[in-house]
Design a protein around this ligand. Structure first.
Ligand SMILES: Nc1ncnc2c1ncn2[C@@H]1O[C@H](COP(=O)(O)OP(=O)(O)OP(=O)(O)O)[C@@H](O)[C@H]1O
Ligand SMILES: [Mg+2]
Length: 362
């Protein structure tokens, strides 16, 4: 992307750790992302006489009426697989005179989308060990977020950052995230289409954090296929793509999701054979354990989808528990896996008795 650089002084740079406020010089030197609401640039900050960074600075129009949910959530979270907010400040753009909220986050070199594209372009499969490593870390982030009641609501490969040299993964883009309150409705028109859970497609307003688990299933499948698994051309055809693999949704699922749903049901069989045979045919390179996991994650009924703690305990990840090495892309030598089992007390509480399955025995 563009390399145009800009420098400006920000007066109210707040440290997310200490809450201290300082004036700093901001030097943006590389645009790394452009989203629906703003831009992301790589930047350094001059703190006194020391340059700090690089950071990824996300710029979004400052909300005047209500506080930015993204800022609020990033201030609340602290987890190895969730992007860390280091500083935040507002600044008036010299271009349009509007005030922008700036979030300075730790910077990772790539997105999972780029990583998948890279393998796609070289017609190579992602090694299964990498798929396990990335999936595990997404599930670990979800265990943490969901226990706090936070639903990400936009899980997709471009919102997942990775460092291919270390294998570290962090979820980013909390622009759609929300703390879900039980019995409180939320909008169903969230999530990018290919990653939308079936209950959202049929208009469910009382959904749970399990919509993120569906997104996780789609991301695992995408790592295996190197393209999105369910690519519907419109919201309703999205359901048809899902029905081709899972079979038609049943009446109870539709009633529980949205009793007023009147759209098509795709009840005529779109595929022959058993569900397990279709999973085997489409996602066979996941191996036996991988298919077992996917069949428990890509499930219509949100309450029947595996929870994050049960995902972490799944046999698919035994490989990570037994063998602490992986070979990064483009490198000839194996390196140690990042820390995967350094659980906080908060995480240990959520994992509960499953800890014997999740943590390696040695
Ligand atoms: N901390 C970071 N480190 C490195 N790159 C980042 C970071 N945060 C964001 N990016 C890059 O910027 C892109 C856009 O960021 P983000 O997804 O947060 O913004 P967005 O405006 O919500 O985007 P979209 O609307 O496309 O989802 C990401 O896909 C990623 O490529
Ligand atoms: Mg995004």
């Amino acid at each position: 992307m563009s390399t145009q650089s800009s420098e400006f002084i920000a007066n109210d740079v707040t440290s997310n750790r200490s809450n201290g406020v300082k004036q700093m010089l901001v030097k943006e030197y590389k645009k790394i992302g452009e989203g629906a609401f703003g831009t992301v640039s790589q930047a350094k900050l001059l703190d006194g006489e020391t340059w700090i960074g690089p950071f990824a600075i996300k710029k979004v129009p400052a909300q005047t009426e209500y506080k930015s949910r993204e800022l609020e959530i990033l201030r609340l979270t602290n987890h190895p697989n969730v992007i860390t907010l280091e500083y935040f400040f507002t600044h008036k753009s010299p271009k349009d005179g509007k005030i922008y909220q700036h979030l300075a986050m730790e910077c990772l070199p790539e997105t999972l989308q780029l990583e998948i594209r890279c393998y796609h372009n070289s017609m190579l499969e992602l090694p299964l060990k990498h798929i396990k490593l990335y999936t595990y870390q997404i599930a670990r982030a979800m265990l943490y977020l969901h226990a706090l009641g936070i639903c990400h609501r936009d899980i997709k490969p471009s919102n997942i950052l990775v460092d291919p040299s270390t294998g570290i993964l962090k979820i980013c883009d909390f622009g759609s995230a929300k703390k879900l309150e039980p019995q409180q409705p939320s909008v169903s028109y969230i999530c990018s289409r290919y990653y939308r859970a079936p209950e959202l497609i049929v208009g469910c307003q009382y959904y749970s954090t399990q919509i993120d688990i569906w997104g996780l299933g789609c991301v695992i499948a995408e790592m295996l296929l190197r393209k999105p698994i369910f690519q519907g051309d419109d919201p309703i055809l999205q359901l048809r793509e899902i029905a081709k693999l899972l079979g038609p949704p049943d009446k109870r699922f539709l009633f529980n999701s949205n009793p007023k749903y009147v759209g098509p049901l795709f009840s005529r069989p779109l595929f022959s054979g058993k569900v397990s045979q279709r999973f085997q045919k489409v996602l066979g390179n996941a191996g036996e354990k991988g298919i077992d996991l996917l069949m428990k994650v890509l499930v219509y009924e949100p309450e029947n989808r595996l929870s994050p703690r049960r995902i972490l305990a799944h046999e698919f990840f035994d490989d990570l528990r037994i063998d602490n090495k992986f070979v990064p892309r483009g490198s000839p030598n194996p390196v140690n896996l990042p820390k995967l089992f350094n659980f906080s007390n908060f995480e240990l509480d959520v994992i509960g008795e499953l800890i014997d399955r999740v943590a390696p025995s040695h």
